[in-house]
Every structure is written in C-alpha cells, then in structure tokens.
Design a protein around this ligand. Structure first.
Ligand code: IPE
Ligand code: MG
Length: 234
C-alpha cells in the first residue's frame, strides 16, 4: 500500500458549477469554500499529513475585477471557519505565494491563521494563494543568490528548503473540473506525483470522490524512474 504523505488539490470548476445552475460565478466560489471546509478534516482523517490546495493563482488576477474582489473578500471574511476547523483537528495552516498585489485584509487574515494554528502538529494545510509555480522557482533562485549559497551545496533535496514552504514532494495530485493540466502548480514538488483528474466540479467534490482517488493511488506501482520491484510481488 502506498502511503500518501502529501496530497495536492487543484480546485477547479466553481464557475461552471454555478453556471450550470443559472447562478452567478461567485456563488460557485462560496460553495467551493464550503466544500473545502467539509473535505479538509476528511483528508486528514484518512492519514494524509500534508494538504496543499491551490485556491488562487497569480494568473487569476487577470479575471474581471469584480470576481477578484469577491474572491479576496471571501478569503478575508470567511477563512475564520477554516481556522476553527484546523484548530479543532490540530492542523497547522501555512501559505504559499507572493505577497505583492494581495489586499491588506487578506494578508492580515493569513497572518492570523498562521499565528493561531502554529502549534498544531497533526498535519499541515498549505494554502496556495497568489501562487505560481514558476514564480516560486524564481523566488527560490533569488533567495539562494541573496544568501550566497555555494554551488556545491545545491542538490535536489536542498532545493525543497528554498521553496515557499519546506514540504516533502507531492505524492498524489487531484484536479477537479475536467481539465487535464497542471496550471503552474507546485512544479518542483510534482516531479514524480501520481495525477488524478476528475470531471466533478469542486463544489461537488466529496469523501466518495476522495476515496476513489486514494484507492486508485493505492493500486499504482510507483517506480520513480526505476524498474518494477520484483521483491514485492509475493
Ligand atoms: C476554481 O474555479 C476557483 C478559482 C480559480 C479561484 P474556477 O473559477 O476556475 O471555475 P471554472 O473553471 O470557471 O468553472
Ligand atoms: Mg477554472
């Protein structure tokens, strides 16, 4: 059985979920947040230690101003519930992404959540907000140069320490909403991840869907570029 230490989720399909019901896209985002609140405890109860979730990409700033403003308000006004859920479940919250362009209210909320959950140790919820995978690599290179790290000290493992958060590689990535792409999410950490794509829109994502993804993952042989392990076949 493969153990998932780190699960990634690209949540997608909020807008289409709303459109299908004749609702405004913003209601899809609200419902998406409800789903996130429901699924977070379930994920950690299934033995996953770290969850990285892509809630807003750097590129999402290209959306209409009203939608961006709605999302920013959703984050700053409604993350309190997520905070309570994480405290109840002993989960630490961290954020990945750039600070630039984020409204002060969102930055304040981030600070509050990080501070209020910092001593929790059962798991880590990494919220990727104003996040881009290439920007993360750019910021990592800048940090390494600024810290004058000697080139012989650089290797594949060390680089994880220079990412926004020092987390292990992603074992399984789930993307909802039907598109089969990575969309600039955690490029370095996804090198050997298993990928699971579902047509389900994120607001409809639930425990049943999660268990399906985990079961497929459990039946996958992970080789990391090596050969089939014959010793495991009996
Ligand atoms: C994902 O849902 C949520 C965010 C990017 C904030 P979308 O808003 O991308 O939903 P679709 O893809 O338009 O349906
Ligand atoms: Mg989308």
């Amino acid at each position: 059985m493969n153990k998932i230490k780190h699960l990634g989720i690209i949540l997608d399909g909020n807008g289409r979920w709303a459109k299908k019901r004749g609702l405004n896209r913003s209601l899809g985002h609200k419902e998406g947040l409800n789903t996130l609140e429901k699924i977070v405890p379930v994920i950690f109860n299934n033995g996953i230690e770290i969850l990285s979730i892509f809630v807003f990409s750097t590129e999402n700033f290209k959306r209409p101003e009203a939608e961006v403003n709605y999302l920013m308000k959703l984050f700053s006004n409604n993350f309190d519930k997520l905070n309570n859920i994480c405290n109840k479940n002993n989960i630490k919250i961290v954020f990945s992404g750039r600070v630039e362009n984020l409204p002060k209210s969102v930055l304040k909320t981030e600070e509050k959540l990080v501070l209020s959950t910092k001593n929790n140790h059962r798991g880590i919820l990494n919220i990727c907000l104003n996040y881009g995978g290439q920007s993360e690599i750019v910021d990592m290179v800048k940090k390494i140069i600024d810290e004058k790290v000697p080139s012989d000290k650089i290797n594949e493992e060390i680089l994880y320490k220079y990412l926004y958060q020092d987390l292990p590689p992603i074992d399984l990535l789930i993307r909802t909403g039907g598109n089969k792409r990575i969309s600039n999410f955690m490029l370095y950490s996804l090198a050997y991840s298993e990928l699971y794509f579902t047509d389900t829109y994120f607001p409809d994502f639930n425990e049943e869907e999660l268990l399906k993804a985990l079961s497929i993952y459990n039946h996958t042989e992970r080789r990391f570029g090596g050969l089939k392990d014959e010793t495991k076949s009996n």
